[in-house]
Ligand binder design. Structure first.
Ligand SMILES: Nc1nc2c(ncn2[C@@H]2O[C@H](COP(=O)(O)OP(=O)(O)OP(=O)(O)O)[C@@H](O)[C@H]2O)c(=O)[nH]1
Ligand SMILES: [Mg+2]
Length: 443
């Protein structure tokens, strides 16, 4: 089980408990929802629910709404609509009562208090997702999707995750497991398994960037136009810009998306030697941000000759480990020449090596060239952004690890000395990794 799911329901006693959780955000809002799930959910809610028509909730039909009051010591606390879902209909796989009360902190909390006083155990909402897993309503991959859906940053992200919740990735993993079981001494089937695994592993770079937005850092010497560029990309005046160098000191970060791909974009202080204490802290912070980046835009100033700061920055970036330890993580560099609207004084040849070949000329001030830059930033995701509904996508590092390992074993299997004669140990290793990816071993 993943740490995030495992940390919740960790003993058998808890499994039979009826649990309750607020499943809407706490704050101002039209409605608030409390879900009560478990063998006693109907009995527990019945003790605090006075239906206008229905007298006993235990006689309620599944998938029906009932109107009434939640009461504490006989007095109404809130007017609610209760949705009853018997175990065969609920997403948790056990009797579930959804209490829809008025939004706002007070009504929701008070209603939860009543349900808890009547015998339910208050839990984090993720525990409800965990119940679907323990009751075999969903598998581990679907469970992870369920936890990610509320955090989706873009519509594309929500679409992808919903498809995985509905079993897109699980289906291909199960299909391959079935094929391994049938795999005898024919190289053809093994090649087919290998191709499907390779194709699936390729999706991880996109899926993981959907759930954990990549860090996009904007760097460059002071006054190069970094903050102006970030404002242009965000289409709002988020960062302060000024003609004086050294304007940005704190790293400013914002969520941004290009064609549905989310990024955390970070404006940094220009890197230069300075005696000014506050600016120095900004420079240190910039260096830290650069070392954690997934993508780096280096802004060069077209209107000035190359300066020492440009070279120092390039040297610093060259020293960064551009291929991080796990190999799956590569830092991409996007050098751009800004202020292309001004006469050119930049002597590029003194600056640029292979790594820093500029991808485009832009004017952050009037927007020229910005769309080319945006396209470059998402080019590695392009084929996935044109998303085919229902496509299996790996969207967590955990899934990526297991399926990549399965791929490794399948490649070894193909290369065994006997050529197409399959090695049953290796086949088992492929299967085990796929099973570990999909089945919760702790259940
Ligand atoms: N003509 C022209 N001016 C620009 C362009 N981009 C930025 N500027 C101007 O250059 C100056 C510096 O811009 P900033 O965006 O504050 O530069 P910065 O790189 O964030 O500077 P620091 O935060 O000090 O490191 C401002 O006066 C901007 O209006 C551009 O494309 N063309
Ligand atoms: Mg700035």
């Amino acid at each position: 089980m993943t740490a995030s799911l495992a940390s919740f329901e960790n003993n058998n006693m808890m499994k039979n408990k009826t649990i309750a959780s607020i499943t809407t955000p706490i704050g101002e809002g039209g409605i608030g929802v409390i879900q009560v799930s478990g063998p006693d959910s109907l009995r527990i809610v019945n003790t605090v629910f006075k239906g206008k028509k229905l007298k006993n909730l235990r006689n309620a039909e599944s998938k029906r709404l009932y109107y009434g009051d939640i009461c504490s010591n006989g007095s109404p606390v809130d007017e609610v609509i209760v949705n009853v879902l018997r175990e065969q209909d609920s997403f948790t796989g056990e009797d579930l009562v959804e209490v829809n009360c008025h939004g706002g902190i007070r009504a929701v909390k008070k209603t939860l208090e009543c349900v808890v006083a009547a015998g339910a155990k208050e839990v984090h909402w993720k525990e409800l997702a965990n119940r679907s897993l323990t009751n075999n309503k969903i598998d581990l991959i679907q469970g992870e999707a369920l936890l990610e859906i509320p955090k989706a940053k873009t519509r594309l992200g929500a679409k992808v995750l919903l498809d995985q919740y509905n079993g897109a990735l699980s289906s291909i993993v199960n299909k391959i497991i079935g094929e391994i079981e049938k795999c005898d001494n024919t190289g053809e089937l093994l090649n087919h398994i290998n191709n499907q695994l390779r194709e699936t592993v390729r999706t991880a770079v996109f899926g993981c960037a959907i759930t954990s937005p990549q860090k996009l850092i904007i760097t460059g010497k002071p006054n190069a136009g970094k903050s102006t560029l970030i404002n242009e990309l965000l289409k709002e005046d988020r960062s302060i810009t000024h003609k004086e160098p050294g304007t940005t000191r704190d790293a400013v970060d914002e969520l941004i998306s290009f064609d549905g791909m989310p990024f955390t974009i970070i404006d940094t202080a220009g890197i230069r030697d300075t005696d000014h204490e506050v600016e120095m802290l900004g420079v240190l912070e910039s260096k830290k941000q650069l070392s954690e980046a997934d993508k780096i835009i280096i802004v060069f100033d077209n209107s000035k000759p190359a300066e020492r700061e440009d070279n120092e920055l390039i040297e610093f970036i060259e020293k960064l480990d551009l291929h991080k330890a796990d190999n799956s993580h590569k830092v991409s560099i996007f050098p751009v020449i800004n202020k292309a609207d001004l006469p050119c004084k930049l002597n590029l040849s003194t600056l640029i090596g292979d790594t820093f070949e500029p991808i485009c000329q832009i004017s952050a001030l009037n927007g020229d060239g910005i769309s080319t830059l945006e396209e470059s930033l998402i080019s590695e995701f392009k084929e996935f952004i044109e998303y085919t509904p229902g496509k299996p996508i790996i969207f967590t590092k955990r899934q990526q690890e297991y399926i990549s390992r399965a791929l490794l074993f399948s490649e070894k299997c193909i290369q065994t000395a006997e050529g197409i004669k399959n090695d049953s140990n290796l086949l088992n290793d492929i299967k085990q990794n796929l099973l570990d990816c999909i089945v919760d071993s702790q259940l």
